[in-house]
Design a protein around this ligand. Sequence first.
Ligand code: PLP
Length: 398
Amino acid sequence: MNDIFDGLTSVINGGNIKALKTPCYVIDEKKLVKNAVILSSVISHTGCKILLAQKAFSNYDFYPLISGFISGTEASGLYEARLGKEEMPEGEVHVFCAAYRDDEFDELLSYADHIVFNSINQLKKFGAVAKQHGKSVGLRINPECSTQEGHEIYDPCAVGSRLGVTRNVWDKEMTPDLFELLDGIHFHTLCEQGSDALEITLKAVEEKFGDVLPKMKWINMGGGHHITKEDYDVELLERLIISAKEKWGVEVYLEPGEAVAINAGYLLTRVLDVVENSDVKIAILDSSAACHMPDVIEMPYTPPLMNACADKTKAFRFRLAGPTCLSGDVIGDYSFDSEIATGDLLVFGDMAIYTTCKNNTFNGMPLPDIYSLKPDGTFEKLTDFGYKDFKNRLGKPE
Ligand SMILES: Cc1ncc(COP(=O)(O)O)c(C=O)c1O
């Protein structure tokens, strides 16, 4: 846990962090590069390609910092594809969307290098035109192999999932002319998992689609690989990539989001008030779980907090909660070495992923400003937000 905040300790001691208006996100350049170096070593050991899944992290000011280490970007639709093309133009742009729109497809073709379809209907509708425009065409398969428990909304292999073509559907709907269009197979089944789960998944992929893979140019193994986490077995990942390349004669792509920016950001917030209910002391913060860290509620999980424990091991216990009307706008229960009070600065860790690209202005909450933490310990403000950002999403722009 301490390691998550090591980039900030000296900065906080230096004092200049206290001048930042809260709430704000701070993206740590040194941590981003640390992650990128690990990903780059997987690329050089295996010859695979690794893309940034922009759904997790799309703070494009940092793309120049990481683009030299990775192979490009992955997009979930038109806007992310355009962002990837504009902001990391030297990299490949891959797109997967559960269903593409007629009125966007032409523009999408102008940004994407790889287009992955989610169904054989979509391949039939758009595959030939994508091919005519020189795109590499893929189909997402569903190997029906769940390797995670407890997070059904993050499990594309859950029964009844709309994501990916099962072998049963493939056998019913695939025709030789559609098969001809295919350059690659895509699967995404993991969420914050180790390479052991990938190994299990690859066995299922081989069992179900082993006849198809040698006819492909590439396989994309999706995201959810926690490659840059301390305990991740990188050697096993590398063996699996090399084995897939050799066995099926394919190029291998991975498209992690979290692994690119894990532990590379902080959310700084201040205590606005402390209230009590049934012996629980509740600190109300100027940031909200619902608005500024929605995965805390959606997943759910308790984010790391600097100088505090997400359990009862320290003497002073507080529930940390947001200022919105939602009763469940609770970040978590923490313990501290001393009392916390109105005005105190708190620092949440691992706040670069699924935050800045997923936040919202529910209750008219302001969006936090975004800063970069430079390697020399200084901060640069990248953007800030105001009333117009709230209002312009709701009606006629001012
Ligand atoms: C198709 C696809 N690729 C990549 C990712 C990135 O996953 P992660 O950020 O967990 O690595 C996701 C996440 O939902 C996804 O759906």
